[in-house]
Design a protein. Structure first.
Lengths: 159, 754
């Protein structure tokens, strides 16, 4: 089976029912996408599938075949952060940080669909769990990211 | 207020109770108090340092790579930035000049406050208790102690290293040390302008000794301490590069999951379908270990699938009788029967209750709670051919982890090399050694192969060391003028200290009656109450209970601060003024209370909104909160805002304090709204989210935090934000509806939050 992940085609040989999360983590050693619950409740395992946020812990890998998969590793990197990541740094969002890959994916997907979300829009669309309780900063950072995206549509600056 | 009968000072509350009688208590045994702190790391295991060790905490290479030790666990509370700030302040280096490593859990890195219950005072030398903490050593992160324990010691190691560089420069230039100064990692000579970087000086500097006690900077000269420097861990946490325990991938890794006994305290005796399981794709081994059955496979998901079909014979050890009714009956017995200890006894409570009628009373209760760290528990171990082991884990107490692993593997502690990773949440759960010794049992099954043991979310939630369920019977006599004539509290709870310490440091496990965490948050309240008693009844239950963010304060603040609200209403007084007028002996409390009242514009609640207030000192810091809620239906509320004022003495990193308050409130609210672990036939009923749900974005309030500017010894900040959250909310619900909430969680009472 072939998967297109962050623009790169990867060959894998697994059962079609294996959740994409475990293909990423244990077969491809791409550990930025996290295991939190295994039942699509917490959102730590979120990636983008054709630009839409998807929870991968219950998503059979077969269902991701042929789609553009974007993981946290494909969002940006030190020196070339996305607007969302830059806003996360500006607002010093993460505490333990474990949920933040999923949160950032969810925020990217929200802003792609809705470039200027209101607080109510954010409340409705960000349903991931952060056990450290960074929600307030996430909300502020999404508003900042919306501004940054408008000002500089391409990937931004550096750390 | 006379409190001469008080058994324990509040600073002692989290000490691991090496008693004075046994080990000499606070006796100072030598002025060489820094010997351990300052010892050259060569005698230890210098993992990760580069170049020359100036002391156990600082190394420098000739090309000026400066490495600082951060021997505390980064679990979101910011120690990977605040610890380097303390060292760098005195070392006179900038944060962008350093790299940090997590060293092996050796003596120089002991957290002595975990044993002594009090911060170190370097000027008076080392006490026997502190020496024991270093000898063991006790290297751990908990009890909100990183800053309070390290406030002097971590600055001192930076100062000692700095002095060595200054001595080397002065000798090289043949000038008096007094004519040299230090800035951004270089030594300068005032007269000539000559200068040299630490790297250029290190070969000479390493031969100079530093005094044990170097004069520390005047606090007004701080450059880093007190600033909100950008956190060092955040860049890699936004790119997915940060490595948590579950992210390590050593060559040849295998993945294991464990199936625990289905009944708490039970035992799995045998596996009845091993052949079937072994035939499943990817499964390499099925191993019965003392604590359950482990399945080792080439992929976590395959191991997990195997664990779902495995069939086992179990011995429930008689614990299948445990259910909520059984627990409730024992709690009731303990609040109505004889107390086993009285932790506060002021005045003559019995006399007042004999003469006057109790006019405020209520029985409060809280359920068992899971920690539910976002990263499920895990540990990766490779038992090497040479009888050493490599361990990759995010752990709050690496010294405890190493000990447990060495014991199972039958190798010396010195042969266990631990690679501490970021913790995806700790909250006390990662101070336990269950996952480490179980991972060691698994590692033994396939020597030479690194095996990552993970508790699936379901196994994590059903095999926690829970915050115990508790009840408290509260009674008071309140005069019409608002005087609390007498206050009586009887708490019933399993002893966390006895349970947890008997697992992780058995020699230091107290008897339940001596566990001050049972009543913390009820004793030593700041209020003028002439007759007050707080007593404790033990509950003989077999469940493993453990430290849960803010420990006893997590439930006792709910009991004490909601009951204060009841007393205020009984006297028809405003809850803020009712509290304030009883704080005349405690100006720091009063200032925090005043600040939160001012922030929230207490008394002028916006139309349709309602306020509730709570205050508690825990871990050396006073936190007051006002919850602002609005009512959207009969039992339906929106939690709109939290105002939070904190006095944690001198601040190290204000933005971290703020984020810990924000997060601490959410942590408290998740428990207040949703948190409940229940038992049926001895088994935990909640397996995953959302059965055990969390506050999410939609329900999350906006929080405004104000830090009081107080020149006093620092207090902890990781936990004190949590205790006032629940009582502030429940007092607001009373203000909105007249309904007094005495039992959590709220959703079980039919409340909804939108």
């Amino acid at each position: 089976m072939q998967l297109k992940i962050n623009g790169v085609t990867k060959e894998i040989d697994v059962e079609p029912g294996m959740p994409l999360l475990w293909v990423l983590r244990d077969e491809l050693n791409m550990t930025g996408t996290k295991y939190g619950c295994g039942v699509s409740s917490c959102g730590a395992c979120s990636v983008m599938l054709d630009g839409v946020a998807a929870r991968t812990c219950t998503l059979p890998v077969k269902a991701a075949e042929g789609k553009a998969i974007t993981t946290i590793e494909g969002i940006g990197s030190a020196g070339a952060l996305s607007a969302v990541q830059q806003a996360w740094v500006d607002h010093q969002v993460p505490q333990c940080g474990y949920c933040q890959s999923g949160m950032i994916i969810a925020a990217e997907a929200l802003l792609d669909a809705n470039p200027e979300p209101t607080d109510a829009d954010i409340d409705e669309s960000i349903t991931n769990i952060c056990r450290c309780g960074t929600y307030q900063r996430i909300r502020e950072a999404i508003h900042t990211a919306a501004k940054l995206r408008k000002e500089a549509p391409n990937l931004l600056g550096s750390l | 207020m006379t409190d001469k009968k008080t058994k324990k000072g509040s600073m002692k509350r989290r000490a691991f109770l090496i008693t004075g009688g046994l080990l000499g208590g606070g006796v100072v045994v030598g002025i060489g108090g820094l010997t351990y702190v300052n010892k050259k790391i060569k005698q230890y295991t210098a993992t990760g340092f580069e170049g020359e060790m100036m002391n156990a905490w600082v190394s420098v290479t000739p090309d000026n790579v400066i490495t600082l030790a951060v021997p505390r666990a980064e679990m979101g509370q910011g120690v990977s930035t605040s610890v380097p700030m303390l060292i760098a302040e005195e070392l006179e280096v900038d944060l962008d000049q350093i790299r940090t490593i997590h060293p092996q859990p050796e003596s120089p890195y002991a957290n002595t406050q975990l044993i002594t219950g009090a911060p170190r005072d370097l000027s008076r030398g080392i006490t026997l208790q502190e020496k024991v903490a270093q000898f063991v050593p006790v290297v751990g992160t908990g009890g909100s102690t990183t800053i309070t324990d390290g406030w002097e010691a971590m600055r001192m190691v930076g100062a000692q290293a700095r002095e060595m560089f200054v001595s080397a420069a002065a000798a090289r230039w043949e000038v008096p040390k007094a004519d040299c100064y230090v800035q951004s990692g270089s030594v300068y000579h005032k007269g000539s302008g000559r200068n040299a970087t630490y790297g250029e000086l290190v070969d000479e500097a390493k031969n100079f000794a530093s005094d044990d006690l170097v004069q520390l900077k005047d606090e007004k000269d701080f450059k880093l301490i007190g600033t909100s420097a950008k956190r060092l861990d955040i860049p890699e946490k936004v790119t997915g590069e940060a490595s948590y325990g579950l992210d390590v991938r050593p060559e040849g890794i295998r993945y294991a999951v464990i199936k625990h006994p289905s009944v708490t305290g039970g035992e799995i005796l045998s596996v009845s379908n091993e052949e079937e399981v072994l035939a499943m794709k990817g499964v390499e081994k099925v191993a019965l270990i003392p604590q359950g059955v482990a399945i080792i496979a080439d992929n976590t998901w395959r191991a997990r699938n195997a664990s779902l079909v495995i069939e086992v014979e179990e011995d429930h050890k008689g614990n299948d009788k445990i259910d909520d009714e059984y627990i409730n009956d024992l709690l009731d017995e303990a609040i109505h029967g004889d107390a086993i200890a009285t932790h506060e006894d002021v005045g003559d409570v019995s006399a007042v209750f004999t003469d006057q009628k109790t006019n405020v009373e209520g029985v409060y209760g809280v359920p068992y709670l899971a920690h539910a760290t976002m990263e499920p528990l895990n540990c990766t171990i490779r038992l090497n051919e040479d009888k050493s082991a490599d361990v990759w884990v995010g752990h709050q107490a690496p010294s405890v982890a190493v000990q447990s692993i060495a014991k199972v593997l039958g190798i010396p502690k010195a042969n266990v090399k631990i690679h501490i990773q970021y913790l995806g949440g700790g909250f006390g759960r990662r101070a336990e050694n269950d996952v480490t010794y179980k991972a060691a049992e698994v590692a033994k099954q396939m020597p030479g192969v690194p095996i990552q043991l993970v508790f699936t979310r379901e196994e994590d939630m059903t095999n926690d060391m829970y915050r115990p369920g508790a009840k408290s019977k509260m009674s008071a006599v309140v005069d019409p003028d608002g005087t609390i004539r007498a206050w009586d509290s009887r708490v019933a709870i399993q002893s966390v200290m006895q349970s947890s310490m008997s697992r992780i440091m058995p020699m230091m496990a107290p008897k339940p009656k001596d566990d001050v965490s049972t009543t913390e948050g009820l004793i030593h309240l700041p209020y003028l109450i002439p007759n007050k008693r707080v007593a404790f009844g033990d509950v003989p239950l077999p469940m493993a209970v453990g430290f849960w963010r803010s420990v006893g304060n997590s439930q006792n603040a709910f009991f004490s601060e909601c009951f204060m609200d009841e007393c205020a209403h009984a006297a028809s007084q405003d809850p803020y003024l009712f509290r304030k007028t009883k704080m005349s002996d405690h100006p720091r409390y009063e200032a925090v209370l005043d600040r939160v009242a001012e922030m929230s514009d207490w008394g002028n609640t916006p139309e349709g909104s309602f306020h509730g207030m709570a205050i508690l000192k825990s871990f050396g810091s006073i936190v007051a909160q006002v919850a602002q809620i609005s009512r959207v239906g009969e039992k339906s509320f929106s939690i709109d805002k939290y105002y939070c004022a904190v006095d944690c003495g001198r601040t190290v990193h204000p933005d971290t304090i703020k984020s810990q308050m924000e997060g601490g409130i959410i942590f408290g609210l998740s428990a207040a709204l949703y948190g409940e672990i229940t038992f049926s036939n001895g088994s935990v009923q909640q397996q995953n989210f959302p059965q055990y749900d969390m506050v999410r974005m939609k329900v999350s309030p906006v929080t405004e935090v104000s830090i009081l500017d107080v020149d006093a010894y620092p207090g902890g900040v990781g936990e004190p934000g949590t205790p006032p959250a629940a009582p502030a909310l429940c007092n607001a619900i009373f203000a909105a509806s007249g309904d007094r909430v005495r039992q959590l969680p709220l959703i079980k009472l039919g409340y909804e939050f939108v």
